[in-house]
Design a protein around this ligand. Structure first.
Ligand SMILES: *Cc1c(COP(=O)(O)O)cnc(C)c1O
Length: 360
């Protein structure tokens, strides 16, 4: 659905030079490229600390552990996300508690948070889904009132602003993914933990390297979750382009909004200045989503369903209970159309023509 090669072509010489620089350096895990990327990412995101790790999933796990979340704790989160969100909570021994979402934003509905907070609650884990920031004012207000930590899942929101700051700088910690299809993508797996807290940053640095303060002085059980120097070097080339790419994604979204205006039974996402459109996801009403997707497929238009099964309905979490009817409904309505910084108007018109034909 997304062709990743145009941005590689555009940056070919710089990427090739970065690749060569690392090959010649003789240092392939951690090291100066990673330290430089961490400093540049921290500056861009407006955070005190950025700790590079091996994936977005590890970033979530390490952020939670660095904040002291563990067995017996509950972490309140959204059911409507990629599995890694709740998986990371369970991986540290805590229990995910699901709060239903807002059909307009696909994000967790902050007005429902309070009712799901028990004395065991330790943290809230909002996801800025599809690149649209959660209402962080509301989330932080509830967290403050109950003394809870906030870990932002920013895997889909790199560069998204919220009230003059960036997602990942608002909670106690942020977790980013550099999986190739994300708004800032590496050439393999990668991730980042952000925090303004010195102790949390120190814990995250130890956890990513086998719980060691310095080599062979392991003080806790950690992980092998360091970022490769090659990935860091490539990410350093791409980081300065993220704002322009996000702006182009927003333009693509605006064009979709105009083109889709007359198509019945399709609800488009609001185009806001905060939204960085990792996905452009419409709702297809009337129980027709799967038929529409199949018809588009026939017409040669690839679309995706993120996510057909909410996390609370998956086998490992379905015993936890807690009804999330909006999330259940969205799982049957959501349809993500092709989007990327390089998607041209002609391709978009073809997608919308196919969609219009399939819905009528
Ligand atoms: C991609 C993603 C992750 C996991 O990131 P990886 O780098 O693939 O481990 C976590 N949460 C959300 C919302 C994601 O989209």
């Amino acid at each position: 659905m997304l062709d990743l090669t145009p941005e590689v072509e555009e940056l070919w010489d710089e990427l090739a030079a970065a690749f060569e620089r690392v090959m010649r350096s003789g240092q392939y895990v951690g090291g100066p490229e990673v330290a430089a990327f961490e400093a540049e990412a921290a500056e861009y995101l407006g955070v005190r600390h950025a700790v590079a790790v091996n994936s977005g999933t590890d970033a979530l796990v390490i952020a939670l552990r660095a904040l002291g979340v563990g067995p017996g704790d509950e972490v309140v989160t959204t059911p409507f996300s990629f599995f890694a969100t709740a998986e990371s909570i369970a991986s540290v021994g805590a229990t995910p508690v699901f709060v239903d979402v807002d059909e307009r934003t696909f994000n967790l509905d902050p007005s429902l948070l309070e009712a799901r907070i028990t004395p065991r609650a330790k943290a809230i884990l909002p996801v800025h889904l599809y690149g649209r920031p959660v209402d962080m004012d509301a989330v932080l207000e509830v967290a403050d009132r109950h003394g809870l930590k906030v870990v932002e899942d920013c895997a889909q929101s790199f560069g998204a602003p919220w009230r003059g700051r960036k997602t990942g700088s608002l909670g106690h910690a942020g977790a980013f993914s550099f999986y190739p299809t994300k708004n800032l993508g590496a050439f393999g797996d990668g991730g980042l933990v952000t925090t303004g807290d010195d102790e949390v940053a120190k814990a995250a640095r130890m956890l990513r390297d086998h719980g060691s303060e310095r080599r062979y002085h392991n003080v806790m059980l950690g992980y092998n979750s360091r970022l490769d120097a090659l990935q860091a070097a490539m990410l350093r080339v791409k980081l300065p382009r993220v704002d322009a790419w996000n702006e182009r994604r927003r333009e693509v979204a605006s064009r979709y909004e105009q083109l889709l205006a007359g198509v019945p039974g399709v609800v488009t996402p609001e185009v806001t200045p905060e939204h960085v459109f990792h996905q452009y996801t419409v709702r297809v009403l009337g129980g027709r989503r799967d038929a529409v997707q199949a018809a588009l497929q026939q017409a040669g238009v690839a679309t995706m369903v993120y996510y057909p099964v909410p996390q609370d309905r998956l086998p490992v979490f379905s015993h936890l209970g807690g009804a999330c009817p909006v999330s259940d409904r969205l799982a049957g309505e959501a349809l993500s159309l092709p989007i990327g910084p390089y998607l041209d108007g002609e391709s978009q018109r073809a997608v919308v023509e196919g969609l219009a034909a399939a819905t009528t």
